[in-house]
Design a protein around this ligand. Structure first.
Ligand code: AMP
Length: 421
């Protein structure tokens, strides 16, 4: 147990960190391009925030939260997503006071007690974007374009963008009634979760993963047939802006977010080669959430991308670049007398911003050369007792294998000229 991480978690080891840094750099570049600023919020929040901000009838809140009582007897929860926390920070720091539309992004760990499988973990990472303060359909289009461009920039092209509008508290009651009417005579044969959803939140029956419930909901009425004029108009504008921007989408009337504060635009991006866990991004409007969290009514929209799934997709398509972690110089010290001058040389090289390492385990020449190869060193500098006595070092070019003797006081400048100029 002491040598095994908790179920559903993964270590990111030095071998793969380069892939994460590459994806994270793509996130930062794209957010800069679109004018979104980074926000970092705590890993845990008051449990109440997620009960309100995600909804007590959702699977995430009912079954998946990591909730604990701290030593001060407060109920805290490891964040299962980051929209609610972003809204909390937005209100706490009155970000709305100076800027009409706050455009924010985050990258970080999320925690859900879910059944682990490929593409589904208990600790996973999301990159997300939130735009708070406007109902303008252009921001819906912008957000969706940002998500698509992010994935395309990484080289993922066979994406499916599913789009829907889930209406608003004005038009949803009509839809709710129509759905209940549709499911009334099927209630007995729905799964027990859906039976309880029937009264509390019938829209979520459409979201059920149970195959039998999926079949039973075939032919259910579409929300888009019940939208009020304002929601219809908003949806038309989002679709037309996306079309104009050349973004392909598929309308999916079953794509729902069944809580009152989720409104209008809802979308999901799927990458089919991922199989069962093909959803790489999900998002939508939440015009009622800021008010629900204690602010004044403020429209907002956002999405989150699952980074593990993005990395899995990139790996499947061989799209991960080989990230070089090569060092410039490896210093090989042989024998006790060489240790101090070797360490001084190491420091002098680094002082000139030359990437340098050495062995600290007092190993043989062969073992140290092996280590230099592993570190992909461009040059090796060797010094033993003879070199120390002669105030020189042996410089080995690891590409040509040429070796030459160099005075110790010249080596830093020589290497600087080789690797920096
Ligand atoms: P959600 O916050 O549920 O809309 O999820 C947004 C995205 O996060 C999904 O499309 C997935 O890519 C990713 N995601 C959600 N849950 C998990 C999980 N348990 N493990 C890995 N990725 C996840």
């Amino acid at each position: 147990m002491l040598t095994t991480g908790p179920r559903g978690t993964k270590d990111i080891l030095p071998d793969t960190i380069g892939q994460w840094l590459y994806v994270e750099k793509t996130v930062r570049d794209i957010c800069e391009l679109y004018g979104y600023k980074e926000i970092r919020t705590p890993i845990f929040e008051h449990t109440e925030l997620f009960l309100r901000g995600i909804g007590e009838t959702t699977d995430v809140v009912e079954k998946e939260m990591y909730t604990f009582i701290d030593r001060g007897k407060r109920s805290l929860t490891l964040r299962p997503e980051n929209t609610a926390a972003t809204v909390r920070a937005y209100l706490e720091h009155k970000l709305y006071a100076d800027i009409a539309v706050n455009k924010l992004f985050y990258i970080g760990s999320m925690f859900r007690y879910d059944r682990p499988q490929a593409g589904r973990y208990r600790e996973f990472h999301q990159f997300g974007v939130e735009a708070l303060g406007t109902l303008n359909p252009a921001i819906d289009a912008e957000i969706i374009m940002l998500a698509v461009q992010f994935l395309k920039t990484l080289g993922l092209n066979d994406l499916k963008l599913a789009l829907n509008s889930v209406g608003c508290p004005n038009c949803r009651p009509v839809y709710r009634e129509r759905l209940q009417e549709f499911f009334r005579d099927k209630l007995e044969v729905l799964c027990s979760d859906c039976q309880s959803r029937y009264d509390r939140n019938p829209m979520r029956i459409l979201d059920c993963k149970n195959e039998h419930c999926k079949e039973l909901s075939m032919g259910a009425p579409n929300i888009t047939d019940c939208l009020c004029d304002e929601c219809t108009d908003h949806f038309e504008q989002v679709k037309s802006l996306l079309t104009e921007a050349g973004i392909e989408f598929e309308l999916d009337p079953r794509l729902v977010r069944g809580l009152d504060y989720y409104t209008k635009t809802a979308f999901e991006i799927q990458y089919a080669p991922l199989g069962a866990q093909s959803a790489v991004a999900g998002g939508g409007r939440y015009d009622g959430l800021i008010e629900e969290c204690g602010g004044s009514p403020t429209p907002a929209i956002g999405f989150a991308v699952g980074l593990e799934r993005v990395l899995l997709a990139l790996e499947k398509q061989a799209l991960l670049p080989g990230v070089s972690q090569a060092t410039d110089v490896f210093v090989v010290a042989l024998g006790v007398t060489a240790q101090k001058p070797a360490f001084k040389l190491l420091c002098d090289l680094r002082a000139k911003s030359i990437k340098a390492s050495m062995d600290f385990a007092g190993r043989s020449l062969k073992a140290q050369m092996k280590q230099a190869n592993k570190a992909m060193a461009r040059y090796v500098v060797m010094l033993g007792e003879n070199e120390v006595n002669d105030s020189c070092v042996i410089l080995k070019d690891m590409i040509t294998s040429d070796q030459e003797k160099i005075a110790i006081q010249e080596i830093v400048n020589k290497l600087y000229a080789e690797v920096k100029d």
